[in-house]
Design a protein around this ligand. Structure first.
Ligand SMILES: Cc1cc2nc3c(=O)[nH]c(=O)nc-3n(C[C@H](O)[C@H](O)[C@H](O)COP(=O)(O)OP(=O)(O)OC[C@H]3O[C@@H](n4cnc5c(N)ncnc54)[C@H](O)[C@@H]3O)c2cc1C
Length: 397
């Protein structure tokens, strides 16, 4: 029910102004001037307690920050949706302000009803009402009937659900994401601990083309990050306290599609990276490794099959100029744009406020409607647009 908010890092950004400008110009999205969106960002920031760390950042996060500053590159602490309280010994304890801690209780308090452990299988309109066919985890099938339907199943499942219901106009045709490449850096001293906490710094010198950050670095995640370096992966139980996972994320220009397949529960997702994307990923990897050496790393393990372990900044030239197809262990945790919003009906699935074009009483309220990759962590944008669109709906009805 709470989706990504239940497990994510909670790093918060507003949608950058230049991205909003692109959405306004290229997709004809109305009502996204700064003064129109600001109240929604501010309200969400208050509701989920967006705040900076009360104390020092984790050592691995500071390694990234200090390395970037040494190179003269812009790096900053990103606030998170966390509420901090003092523990018995004066230590600060934070809890993530996920949806189940914030908006879901409000929804229930206002009289909303949750049907947990259930999956929407299909939607259809009948006699002026929406019918959602669903299955409970126990195997029981049931239907929900509603006058108006908001679909919020995320950038992959929302277009799949719509397409299964025969709604296909600009739906699932333009999936965007933030392709991400990783490396593991090893330092002479300890930078990692069982209670490391979430790294909070991001390097924004080359944003929106490239962003750098530090990610979860417990031994299993380090071993995953070292899959391209099997000997180092095997040694991780001895070395992990001196190691951390770092990533270079690109905005990219590639895109993909989401298509349901008959007989399969999940849809087929295709995504094509362009040569420029593979060049940006290589550039990001090189710059990230440069930061690590500037911060005192003794070894860098790039997440590229066949790439050598790097021992100093001079060896950076051994990295490829363009990541070879099929050789990089790419990941993504940010997906959007599969049902873009806007008044340009030639490319948009929903209008500027989330209503599906040409379909009565059907709305989308999730990352699907972001027109392009925002170049920053997206949940701040998802929340602000959901709030704005819900209030717009209420004012109109
Ligand atoms: C590991 C990780 C770390 C991240 N860190 C950050 C971060 O620090 N900052 C940030 O801004 N973003 C972060 N993100 C991204 C962020 O979590 C997502 O962009 C955001 O949650 C997207 O919101 P959404 O509402 O579109 O989809 P989701 O959050 O995915 O919500 C969709 C919900 O719909 C449910 N659902 C799907 N299909 C069906 C169906 N057929 N029937 C019923 N329910 C269904 C799903 O179970 C889910 O609960 C992270 C993501 C991951 C995975």
């Amino acid at each position: 029910m709470g989706g990504g908010s239940e497990i994510n890092s909670g790093l918060y950004h507003r949608t950058p102004p230049d991205i909003l400008e692109t959405w306004r110009k290229d997709f004809k999205v109305a009502g996204i001037q700064d003064e129109e969106l600001r109240p929604h960002f501010e309200a969400c920031e208050k509701d989920v307690s967006v705040s900076l760390l009360p104390g020092a950042a984790p050592a691995a996060s500071l390694k990234l920050h200090n390395g970037a500053l040494k190179l003269g590159w812009k790096s900053l602490e990103i606030p998170r949706w966390f509420r901090y309280e003092s523990g018995p010994n004066g230590e600060s304890r934070g809890s993530r302000q996920s949806m189940t801690r914030t908006f879901v209780p409000r929804f229930l308090h206002a009289g909303g009803k949750l049907v947990p452990n259930s999956r929407a299988l299909s939607i259809r309109q009948e006699g002026g009402r929406w019918l959602v066919k669903a299955k409970h985890a126990s195997g029981k099938d049931f239907e929900i009937s509603a006058e108006t339907l908001f679909v919020c199943a995320g950038a992959v499942q929302t277009p799949a659900l719509l397409r299964r219901g025969g709604i296909t106009q600009n739906v699932g045709d333009h999936l965007r994401l933030h392709p991400t490449i990783k490396l593991v850096a090893q330092f002479p001293e300890a930078v990692n601990a069982a209670d490391l906490g979430v790294p909070v710094h991001q390097v924004k010198e080359f944003s929106p083309r490239l962003s750098f950050g530090c990610s979860i670095s417990s031994p299993p995640y380090l071993a995953l990050g070292l899959l391209d370096h099997p000997a180092a992966a095997r040694a991780v139980t001895q070395t992990w306290t001196r190691q951390a996972n770092y990533y270079a994320m690109i905005t990219g220009e590639g895109h993909g599609t989401v298509r349901p397949l008959p007989g399969f529960r999940d849809p087929l997702v295709r995504y094509r990276l362009t040569t420029a994307d593979m060049r940006d990923l290589a550039d990001g990897l090189r710059k990230l490794a440069e930061i690590m050496f500037a911060s005192g790393a003794e070894k860098v393990f790039p997440g590229v099959t066949g790439a050598p372990v790097l021992n100093n900044a001079d060896e950076l030239r051994q990295l490829p100029e363009v990541v070879p197809p099929g050789k990089a262990s790419l990941i993504t945790i940010h997906l959007f744009s599969s049902c873009p919003m806007g008044e340009d009906r030639s490319k948009c699935a929903v209008d500027s406020f989330g209503r599906v074009h040409g379909v009565k009483n059907l709305y989308i309220a999730d990352a699907s409607l972001l027109c392009t990759a925002p170049g920053v962590n997206p949940q701040g944008s998802v929340m602000a647009f959901a709030r704005r669109n819900a209030l717009h709906f209420l004012n109109q009805n």
